[in-house]
Design a protein around this ligand. Structure first.
Ligand code: AMP
Length: 248
């Protein structure tokens, strides 16, 4: 079974994002960019399926500006077999990504697609769901456990009240939650090997897909500064203050 893993390059999770002075977006100049943490978990899960003999090939796909090709190499260093990069300098929204992925899936015919539950730049949490809708495939989002047996997958997912277990018929879409696994670190020899591996580069036009944004960003602003907290001397004082603030 072939596993397709869509991955996105985002501002590194340890970097504090800064809004551009003109309020048009987040400043990405000279900022460390990395593979989205949920996508890294998706790559790790695909590798574990391959190690268990459940997957035969791992294909990673990314859509983004030329610089984002780096994350295909990061995925190679972890263990991905083949990478497809769709280059565009245009801002890509989840629906456009889902349409490009739909076209790639039609050609690649994977048995399973594992995406991150969300990309930590826009926090959209939409692409996997939209892709499942476009394909008419079963989906299990926010997976914390994934088991594959023949043409069936069992997914435990994190929901508000606890855990839910779903049985899916493959091909299907799964999106990863934080507790699915702990991604491995790449080894130095694998990082070196990854540098030499070929990447198949395409453009959105090659798939006949119009990726023109449908959403208009009106303004991006910093969150309001939080007021400093206060220390109370006792539980009684806390209750009194909460009552005075109308919370209790
Ligand atoms: P989002 O819906 O933007 O929060 O992203 C959810 C997941 O969709 C990500 O974790 C990726 O697996 C996939 N994805 C989103 N944008 C892209 C992109 N530009 N290229 C490849 N995969 C993407």
């Amino acid at each position: 079974m072939k596993v397709l893993v869509p991955i996105k390059q985002v501002i590194d999770a340890n970097v504090r994002p800064r809004v551009k002075a003109d309020g048009t977006g987040v400043d990405l100049a000279n900022v460390k960019l990395s593979i989205n943490p949920f996508c890294e978990i998706a790559v790790e899960e695909a590798i574990r399926l391959k190690e268990k003999g459940k997957a035969s090939e791992i294909v990673v796909v990314s859509i983004g500006p030329a610089k984002a090709q780096e994350i295909i190499r990061s995925a190679y260093a972890l263990g991905a077999d083949r990478g497809l990069f769709v280059e565009t300098e245009e801002r890509v929204e989840p629906l456009a990504v889902a349409k490009v992925l739909q076209a790639i899936i039609a050609a690649e015919q994977p048995g399973l697609v594992i995406l991150g539950k969300q990309a930590i730049d826009d926090d959209s949490n939409q692409t996997g769901q939209m892709l499942a809708g476009l394909l008419g495939w079963p989906q299990a989002t926010f997976a914390s456990k994934l088991e594959v047996d023949g043409d069936r997958a069992t997914v435990t997912r994190e929901v508000d009240g606890g855990l839910e277990t779903l049985a899916l018929t493959l091909p299907a879409i799964v999106t990863t939650d934080l507790r699915l696994n702990n991604p491995r670190y790449p080894t130095l020899p694998n990082i070196m090997k990854a540098k030499k591996k070929a990447i198949d580069v395409k453009k959105p036009e090659d798939f006949g897909i119009d990726i023109t944004p449908r959403l208009k960003v009106l303004k991006v602003s910093e969150p309001p500064a939080r007021k400093p907290g206060i220390k109370v001397a006792s539980a009684e004082e806390l209750v009194k203050d909460l009552k005075a603030a109308g919370v209790l």
